[in-house]
Every structure is written in structure tokens, then in C-alpha cells.
Design a protein around this ligand. Structure first.
Ligand code: SF4
Length: 160
């Protein structure tokens, strides 16, 4: 807020970061809450997980835009249930949900797996994104993909 457009490039340079791809049919910048790093309610390290996911996938081309929300606890401040790929922390690990969407036709995501380590979430995200890339139709958003393929089929492909 309050940053002038002409200063944005310089600010990215000062931070030593690449500008995040914000538009197009690709993986968007990963949204994350403070999790155990800064929030008293945090159950898992959402920030570290989000950084890993962002480094691996941000900007990758997919059949449609792909949003990820990583929350540190079930309060879900990052609206993980409403993202194409969401994860939220519980005492025993992360739960992963897929196919959520807000917009004009809201969809609550479906639970894919529970009690996962951060590394396991990254492995599942990798498999899911590759599966979506190979099997998704052009323009098909993740919630439509989940409806067409079926959650059980996706589980077989991703969790086997
Ligand atoms: S989701 Fe939980 S850990 Fe993250 S900011 Fe909200 S209350 Fe804190």
C-alpha cells in the first residue's frame, strides 16, 4: 500500500527478489499465514512450506490459474479450503485440500490427505500439479478437474 508504480522495480531489487508472476494461466504466488513463526495459534510451519512451494512452482504454466493457500492452523486465515491447493496445520501435521474456489461460483475444497509432514505436502503438490498438467483440459480450473476426474481417481493417482 502506498508504493508508487515507478518504485516497484527498485523495491524488488532492494529486496534481492524476482518480481512474482501475478497473472496468466500459471501457478500464482503462494499465499501463507505466519504459522508457528509468529502466531500463537500456529500448529505447523506454514511459512517454510509456502516458501518451498513458491520456489518450486510459482509461474509454472498450467491449464488455468492455480492458487495455493497455506495456513498454520485450522482457523485457516489463508482460506486453504477455498484454494486450488490448500494445506493447513493441525497438531499431527498438515491436512491437504484441493479444488476449492471463491469467485462467483464458490466451492469448498475436498480433503485429500491428513497428518502430513511439510515434505509430504510438497511431494503431493508435485504429483498433483504434474497430474493436472497432463490431464487437465485447457481452461479447466482445479474444481472442475476434481469434479470430472473424481476425488477417488485423483487419490489413486496422487497418493499411490
Ligand atoms: S491460520 Fe492459524 S496460524 Fe495462521 S494466522 Fe490464522 S490463526 Fe494464526
Amino acid at each position: 500500500m502506498g508504493i508508487k508504480g515507478e518504485d516497484v522495480e527498485k523495491i524488488w531489487a532492494d529486496l534481492g527478489m524476482d518480481p512474482a508472476p501475478a497473472t496468466g494461466l500459471c501457478v500464482r504466488s503462494v499465499q501463507a499465514c505466519p504459522g508457528t513463526s509468529f502466531c500463537k495459534f500456529g500448529k505447523q510451519d506454514s511459512l517454510s512450506l509456502a516458501v518451498q512451494l513458491d520456489r518450486l512452482f510459482s509461474g509454472m504454466s498450467l491449464p488455468n490459474k492455480f492458487k495455493m493457500g497455506i495456513s498454520g492452523c485450522p482457523l485457516n486465515c489463508c482460506e486453504s479450503w477455498m484454494r486450488d491447493f490448500g494445506a493447513f496445520g493441525k497438531p499431527n501435521g498438515f491436512s491437504v485440500v484441493i479444488g476449492g474456489n471463491s469467485s462467483s461460483i464458490p466451492h469448498i475444497g475436498k480433503l485429500l490427505a491428513e497428518d502430513l509432514t511439510g515434505e509430504e505436502v510438497v511431494a503431493i503438490a508435485t504429483k498433483l500439479i504434474n497430474y493436472y498438467r497432463e490431464n487437465g483440459k485447457n481452461g479447466e480450473r482445479m474444481w472442475k478437474f476434481v469434479e470430472r476426474m473424481g476425488l477417488e481417481e485423483i487419490k489413486k493417482a496422487i497418493l499411490a
